[in-house]
Design a protein around this ligand. Structure first.
Ligand code: AHR
Length: 499
């Protein structure tokens, strides 16, 4: 058995895991919107065409913000196509995903839908084919109370109260050759700065997210981030990070994805620090990891033009959920800098929830680690010193075999330990001294593990892979020392009550 030692003190923490750390993303892509969240005629649809079974499922996820409307779709999208009477809205070609966009669903429908889900909105403005004026008009449409052209248009369209969207992304992945309107970092920095200025003139209270590198694998990483920040440091509140992981043929590398994500965050945090010093700024720009997930990238354009094609419908395995859990720990452990993070995406498209047109719904394996972590929103992520035996990986060299995070929810009096044991054949005994919290008692230990790493949930077997109560109980001694055993290749959520 591997031995892992962790040192922690109740008064020392990294930061608070705000609800925005458990955000997500809906793009006009595949069946996310059409035949996903919006399916008029479905037996579960309400009078607006929103599927109530989907809303219920999303409510249970306690999502902070939902980013919308893209993604690559954003960079050739005119938000004005998606407002007003539905029969007057133009049908367009969505060039990003080779799809037919009917525009039946736009910003007003999205605002109504997120309200039902109990989530906020992270808006986004098109900086590909769009311009600063379009962006400012969108903020006016959404946030200005009344008495102007665009705010009165919103009211005429049935929304007396402003949508009050307080966080906006300045474009999407503008460094990527696949992006409509790709720019150099200098060109993007200037365009984003002028867009930020005019948007803030409309509503000074908004927070803005500048595009950082769309992946660590792009040749311009991390120089892009430095240049963009030098143009935008005083205008942006956040810099975005995007990163997807997939199994590229070696399970050990895949399981170590948390390690790669951590180094990405640390690099960009360092870049922010450099530009802050260089520009002699007193303000702090934070990070928005507004696209992260596991994604098995296949050909996206090999289909005829159609509405809502089945795209990016990855079906996640137990192994994927373990990797996902490791990434969740990394986001938590960096919550001093990463204030927002969007699981990309939410329904049908690389999603934790899948729907069948006219039919049912099921939760993927990755749904569970997300929900377990989101339940800890508002908690303090404790500063931990962990000594874990290492594991050799071809891609990253030696990495900790156990990745963990500890969250303390003071008001509830609950401490939650999250841990991925990525050792293939060894259990790991995790020892932590919780003496500084006073008396603690064990509450629960849920575990995702099992013989078949490739097991998946599906419409036919929606509950094949679930978190289950662990068979072994942790040992809690009278001095507050705890030791808990993690099975080989397992994702663990262990809760203790502070008495
Ligand atoms: O989430 C899928 C796509 O991944 C998004 O549209 C884009 O921003 C990223 O490349």
């Amino acid at each position: 058995m591997k031995q892992v030692k962790c040192v922690v003190d109740k008064d020392f923490y990294v930061g608070t895991a705000g609800t925005e750390l458990f955000s997500s993303f809906i793009e006009h892509l595949g069946r996310a919107v059409y035949n996903g969240i919006y399916e008029p005629g479905h037996p579960e649809a309400d009078s607006r065409g929103f599927r109530k079974d989907v809303i219920q499922c999303i409510k249970e996820m306690s999502i902070g913000l939902i980013r919308y409307p893209g993604g690559n779709f954003l960079s050739n999208y005119d938000w004005k196509d998606g407002i007003g009477p539905k029969d007057k809205r133009p049908v367009r070609l969505d060039l990003a995903w080779k799809s037919i966009e009917t525009n039946e669903f736009g910003i007003d429908e999205f605002a109504d839908w997120t309200k039902e889900c109990g989530a906020g909105i992270m808006g986004a403005v098109n900086l590909g084919t769009g311009n600063p004026k379009d962006a400012a008009e969108l903020v006016e449409y959404c946030n200005h109370p009344s008495g102007t052209y665009w705010s009165d248009m919103r009211i005429a369209n049935g929304h007396k109260d402003p949508h009050n969207i307080k966080v906006w992304c300045l474009g999407n992945e503008m460094d990527g050759p696949w992006q409509i309107g790709q720019m150099t970092s200098d060109d993007y920095g200037k365009k984003a700065r002028e867009t930020a200025k005019i948007m803030r003139l409309v509503d000074p209270s908004i927070k803005l997210v500048a595009c950082g590198s769309s992946t660590t694998r792009i040749p311009t990483y991390p120089e892009w981030d430095r240049t963009v920040l030098e143009h935008l440091y005083e205008y942006a509140d956040y810099l975005s990070l995007h990163r997807y992981y997939e199994n590229e043929g070696n399970d050990d590398d895949f399981l170590a994805s948390f390690y790669d994500m951590d180094s990405f965050i640390k690099t960009i945090a360092g870049t922010v620090g450099y530009v802050k010093a260089k520009t002699r700024s007193k303000k702090q720009v934070f990070l928005s990891f507004d696209e992260w997930n596991i994604w098995y990238m296949q050909n996206q354009t090999d289909h005829p033009w159609q509405k809502a094609p089945e795209l990016l419908e990855d079906n996640y395995s137990l192994l994927d959920s373990l990797v996902f859990g490791g990434l969740v720990c990394t986001l938590l452990n960096n919550c001093d800098m990463v204030k927002m993070a969007c699981l990309a995406q939410l329904i049908n498209v690389i999603a934790p929830v899948m729907t069948k047109p006219g039919g049912g719904i099921f939760k993927q394996t990755t749904y569970y680690p997300f929900v377990q972590a989101a339940e800890c929103a508002g908690g303090k992520v404790l500063k931990t010193f962990v000594n874990s035996p290492e594991k050799e990986t071809p891609m990253y060299g030696a990495v900790p075999g156990v990745q963990s995070s500890l969250v303390y929810q003071e008001e509830k009096g609950v401490i939650t330990l999250f841990a991925l044991n990525s050792f293939n054949n060894d259990s790991a005994e995790f020892s932590v001294d919780l003496r500084s919290f006073g008396n603690v008692e064990f509450l629960s230990h849920s575990e995702m593990s099992g013989g078949d790493l490739h097991a998946k949930n599906s419409f036919a077997e929606p509950q094949k892979v679930l978190p289950r109560e662990a068979k072994t109980m942790p040992v809690v001694d009278s001095a507050g020392k705890i030791s808990v055993v993690f099975q080989p290749l397992s994702w663990n959520t262990v809760k203790f009550r502070v008495k």
